[in-house]
Ligand binder design. Structure first.
Ligand code: RIB
Length: 304
């Protein structure tokens, strides 16, 4: 079982010709209200990839909360541990420009009421977390999962400093370029370059580090191998949620016992296909679509 412990919300998505500068107003014709939140997006991606997924999170007692759950419910995610709180469901305003670049502001609302005690991990489970809920609960979630013998995975998005005690309990840490650099700066590894930072974190904390680089593919630094993965040849329409789809499918592949190379293939296919439709969840692929294109992802071993 994969337990996703994290955020959920509703995304208000606006397509703009270009993103506004500070102090500037830009006009656009329409907007869409779509399910989102990094936790929910990752839970959906793992479930569509074929994994059994339980989601522990918080929503408000409102219409946004009901809308935010629709896709998870349809995909068969167990949402019994999603609590109703006395604060509004989280809401993100997302602007996407004509090149597919985006800008996101999240009002956290009920996500701030989420607590680690909502989940009940067991030995053999995988607990997947992001960083859109209160930090003490994230650290408590890692402690709980580790103590129960579950695998612990953290997608450090959006980045905030991570205590060494938490890093030491992670099985897998997943970061993008910005997050990797911030982590490196925080740990005094900032001058080492992104691969150097990831290799340094692997060595210091005996964890596997996965680095996603958008159109530059992804890299994995495990204690016994370093791999570079390519990308699908696609024309991206909207990159919102691509990172979440990568994480969800990567972890679904882990839960299936696949090799690190295949986990990268699954994550990379899911991330790529998600960019073909607007919003964070509509383009997230089903298992069959991932299997059909997994061989298009090149994997190159790099000497450690
Ligand atoms: O990663 C994309 C997600 O980030 C969006 O769905 C939005 O809700 C924000 O949390």
């Amino acid at each position: 079982m994969i337990i996703v412990f994290g955020s959920i919300g509703l995304d208000i998505v606006q397509s703009v010709r270009r993103l506004p500068r500070p102090g500037e107003t830009v006009l656009t014709a329409d907007y869409a209200m779509l399910p989102g939140g990094k936790g929910a997006n990752q839970a959906l991606a793992a479930a569509r990839a074929g994994a059994a997924v339980c989601f522990a999170a918080s929503i408000g007692d409102d219409d946004f909360g009901q809308r935010a759950l629709v896709n998870l419910d349809r995909a068969g995610v167990d949402i019994a541990d999603v609590a109703r709180r006395g604060r509004p469901t989280a809401c993100a305003t997302i602007s996407v420009d004509s090149a597919g670049e985006n800008q996101i502001v999240v009002s956290s609302g009920a996500n701030l009421e989420t607590v680690a005690a909502q989940m009940n991990p067991k030995a053999g489970d995988i607990v997947l977390q992001q960083m859109e809920i209160p930090l003490p609960e994230i650290w408590a979630g890692i402690d709980l999962a580790h103590a129960r013998g579950a695998k612990t995975i953290l997608n450090a998005a959006p980045f905030q400093p991570i205590p060494a005690s938490a890093l030491a309990k992670l099985d897998v840490l997943i970061v993008n370029e910005v997050e990797a650099q911030m982590l490196g700066d925080d740990l005094g590894l900032g001058a080492a370059g992104l691969p150097g930072i990831c290799a340094g974190v692997r060595q210091r904390f005996a964890t596997t580090v996965v680095l996603t680089v958008g159109a530059g593919g992804a890299m994995a630094f495990s204690p016994d191998q370093t791999l570079q993965a390519g990308i699908l040849a696609i024309q991206a329409l909207d990159t919102v949620g691509a990172g979440d789809a990568f994480v969800g499918a990567f972890v679904a592949a882990m839960a299936d016992g696949m090799s690190l190379a295949d986990c990268l293939r699954w994550g990379s296919v899911a991330g790529g296909l998600t960019c073909l439709k607007p919003g964070a969840q509509d383009g997230v692929p089903e298992r069959a679509a991932i299997e059909a294109r997994r061989d298009e992802i090149s994997i190159t071993p790099i000497s450690n």
